[in-house]
Write a protein that binds this ligand. Sequence first.
Ligand code: 5GP
Length: 333
Amino acid sequence: MTNTESIAALLNLLQERQSFLLTSHARPDGDAIGSTLGLMHLLDGLGKDVTVVFADPIPLIYHQLPGVERIVHELPAIAPDAAILLECGSVERSGFDRIPAAFSINIDHHQSSKPFASFNWIDPHACAVGAMVYDLAIAAAADITSAMATCLYTAVLTDTGSFTYSSTVASTFALAEHLLQRGADANRIAQAVYFSNPPSKLRLLGLALNNLHLDGEVAWSSITLDEMARAGADVEDCEGVVNYLIGIAGIETAVFLREFNGGLAVQQLRLSLRSKGEVDVARIAERFGGGGHRNASGCTLDGPLASAVTRIVSALHAASPTPVGPNHSTLLA
Ligand code: 5GP
C-alpha cells in the first residue's frame, strides 16, 4: 500500500470504531509521547473515546506536553474497539505482555518494524511518527489545535535530533513551519526538552564520558548501576549520552551500554547505538534482538559488561566500510 492508501484505509478504520487505547514503546522518548498525545488530540476532535497508557513513567522534560495528565500506566479493564501502537515495533516493545483489543493498529517509522498488528502503516521514510500523525490529521481535515501542534512538533524535534539526522529533508522544515503556525512554541518546547535537565543528568554524563573508549572508528562508554547510584541518576538521565560519543571527529559508530536490573541472575545491559552514515546500526541491533533506524538503534545484551562490549564492538568493526581489527582501545580518562 502507498502512504496515501494506508492513510485512507486507516481513516476508515478509525471512523468505524469508537473507543481506542493508544500506547507506544517502553522508556518512551519525545516521538513516542508526542505522536501518541498528538493522535489522542486528533481522536478527541473526532469525538472518539481515548485512553492513553504507557508502561513506563514519562520523563520530566515531557511533563509540559498538553494532555500528558491523561496518561495512565495500567491497562483498562474493558477492552477498547481498537488498540493503536505508535513508534512501537512489536507488542513486547510496549512493555506490556499483551494489549487487550480485538483489533490492533501499528503506526511506525522504524525500518525494523514488523507488520504484527491487524492493520500496519509503516513508513521508514517518515522523520518521526509525529509527522505521520500530522499527515493523518490533514487527511482527516481535522482542526490542528495548538495542543496537537505542540505534541507533534516535540515528536519531530526530538526524533530528528533537533533537525540534524539524515531523515531531515526540506519537507521536515515545511512541517515544522506548519506546526509553529498552528501554535507550537519552538522556544518553549526547546526550553523544556533541552534546558531543563536535572543536575543528576550532568553528573551521570561526567561519569559516562570518563569511561570513554576509542577503538578505531568505534567509540563506546558504559555506566553501571553503582555509578548511576553515585550520580543520583536514573534511567531517564542516560538518554542522549550516546550522542556525545558519536559527536567525536573520526568516529563512525558509537555505543553506550547501561547496566540495568532485568531481574535475571546474569548482568544485563541496554545498548544505544549510533552511526554517522555508512553503517546500518538497525541491522546490527536486530541481530541481537533489538531494532531501530539505520543511524540510531538499540538492543539488550547479557553481561558481563566486558563480553557485551567485545560482542558489540566486534560487530561494529565488522560492519565498518574500512574494517580495522579490535583491540585498539584507548581509555580517555
Ligand atoms: P535509543 O538509543 O535512543 O534508546 O534508541 C534509538 C532508536 O532505536 C529509537 O528509535 C528506538 O525506538 C529504537 N530502539 C531502541 N531499542 C530498541 C529495541 O530493543 N528494539 C527495537 N525494535 N527498537 C529499539
